[in-house]
Design a protein around this ligand. Structure first.
Ligand SMILES: [Mg+2]
Length: 188
C-alpha cells in the first residue's frame, strides 16, 4: 500500500535499481512554465546513462492534439488509439486543455497506448508527477510505482490527508522535494 514515504538514501537506490523506466509528467515536474526545474536535464541524462528508459508526457493544446514523448511529438500515433467510450482524440479535440488532461491521463488506456510504442513493464516503471488527482491516480491505475514531486501543484499535506482518509489511489508510494533528488540514487 502506498504510504507517501520520502524517497531517499538506501530506499531510493533500491527503488531505482529495480526500475527499468520512468514516466515523467512535464509541467511542475521537469519544468515550470518556461524554466526547467533545476537538475532536470542532468537527471534525464543520468537515467539514460544508467540504462533506464524515460518518457516525458504532456497533453498540449487541444487543437494540436499533442502529446510530447521524449523530445519529439508522437501524439498523432498515441491519440489515434481508440479508447473505450469515444476516442482520446475526440476527448482532446472537444475538451479544453485542462479537461483533456484529466480525461487522458488517469485512464490506464493512455498507458496501453504508450506501451504499444515503448515497451514498459508497469511493475518496473516509476510514474513521477506533481498532481495527485491525475498523475498519481494514473500511476496507480496502471500498476506503476508512484512518486510525487513537490515542485508543482500538489502539496505533501494533501497527500497525507488522502492517506489519513484512506483514499489510497491518490496517495503516492513516495515523494521527493524535487526530481533532482532522484540523482542521489544513481551511480556515476
Ligand atoms: Mg504537471
Amino acid at each position: 500500500m502506498a504510504r507517501c514515504e520520502q524517497l531517499h538514501g538506501a530506499g531510493l537506490r533500491d527503488v531505482l535499481g529495480r526500475t527499468q523506466g520512468v514516466l515523467f509528467d512535464c509541467d511542475g515536474v521537469l519544468w515550470n512554465g518556461e524554466r526547467a526545474v533545476p537538475g532536470a536535464p542532468q537527471l534525464l541524462e543520468r537515467l539514460a546513462r544508467a540504462g533506464k528508459a524515460t518518457l516525458e508526457l504532456q497533453l498540449v493544446c487541444p487543437k494540436d492534439c499533442g502529446v510530447m514523448a521524449g523530445t519529439r511529438p508522437v501524439s498523432t500515433d498515441l491519440i489515434s488509439c481508440p479508447a473505450g467510450t469515444g476516442s482520446l482524440a475526440a476527448a482532446v479535440e472537444t475538451a479544453s486543455g485542462r479537461q483533456a488532461l484529466v480525461v487522458g491521463k488517469p485512464s490506464p488506456y493512455m498507458f496501453e497506448c504508450i506501451t504499444e510504442h515503448v515497451p514498459m513493464d508497469p511493475a518496473r516503471t516509476l510514474m513521477v508527477g506533481d498532481r495527485l488527482e491525475t498523475d498519481i491516480l494514473f500511476g496507480h491505475r496502471c500498476g506503476m510505482t508512484t512518486v510525487l514531486t513537490l515542485t508543482g501543484v500538489s502539496r505533501l499535506e494533501e497527500a497525507q490527508a488522502y492517506l489519513a482518509a484512506g483514499q489510497h489511489d491518490l496517495v503516492p508510494h513516495y515523494y521527493v522535494e524535487s526530481i533532482a533528488d532522484l540523482m542521489d540514487g544513481l551511480g556515476d
